[in-house]
Write a protein that binds this ligand. Structure first.
Ligand SMILES: CC(C)(COP(=O)(O)OP(=O)(O)OC[C@H]1O[C@@H](n2cnc3c(N)ncnc32)[C@H](O)[C@@H]1OP(=O)(O)O)[C@@H](O)C(=O)NCCC(=O)NCCS
Length: 158
């Protein structure tokens, strides 16, 4: 990770300028074959309705979240991850709650938020379940390793 100065703790939204940092975090969190380069983040962030989020502890970036709100009241989680050293400290929960509480989710009202997660990813399944996401479908052999994806949906947004 880049050098950092002691700073805020919490979640911040990032625009196109955050693409390098998002790529840096993604590279530390995900296996090499699944990494998204900074250019990929730039292209994704340029799509209307897309937001990038970064969690921080004392100014140090700890995790990332990429979300997209679609016309028609639906949203999706594109990617979420937390650096290993900061897991089980509430970083992912804070990222998701910051997104769910943001004005863009409220107006126009978002009715449903979808995501895909490997059926083998127990940590993520537990996290999403704790936040109220429920299984809405199954995509067979969705991932390169042949594993199935559980499609999850959050419907009761407060
Ligand atoms: C899944 C992931 C994002 C969770 O991030 P995190 O910051 O550790 O999650 P939180 O600390 O907010 O955990 C919230 C809850 O999720 C559940 N949870 C998180 N990690 C868990 C684990 N390893 N095992 C079981 N439950 C887990 C727990 O219910 C936890 O609450 P608790 O700590 O009070 O028991 C993180 O493990 C990660 O980055 N994994 C690699 C990337 C990945 O799989 N991303 C998701 C792709 S869909």
């Amino acid at each position: 990770m880049p050098e950092h100065e002691a700073g805020p703790t919490g979640v911040q939204e990032t625009g196109l300028g955050g693409a390098e940092l998002l790529a840096c975090l993604h590279a530390e969190i995900f296996p090499h074959a699944e990494r998204w380069q900074a250019q990929a983040f730039r292209e994704i962030l340029a799509v209307a309705g897309t937001q990038g989020w970064i969690s921080l502890v004392d100014g140090e970036p700890t995790g990332l979240l990429l979300t997209r709100l679609l016309p028609g009241g639906e949203g999706e989680i594109l990617t979420l991850g937390v650096r290993p050293a900061f897991r089980r400290t509430g970083q992912a929960s804070s990222l998701l709650q910051a997104f769910l509480a943001c004005p863009a989710v409220e107006a126009p009202k978002t009715e449903k938020i979808f995501l895909e997660v490997s059926v083998n990813n127990r940590a993520a399944l537990a996290l999403y379940g704790q936040l109220g996401f429920r299984q809405a479908g199954l995509r067979r052999a969705y991932y390169p390793d042949g594993s199935d994806a559980c499609v999850m949906c959050l419907e009761e947004l407060s």
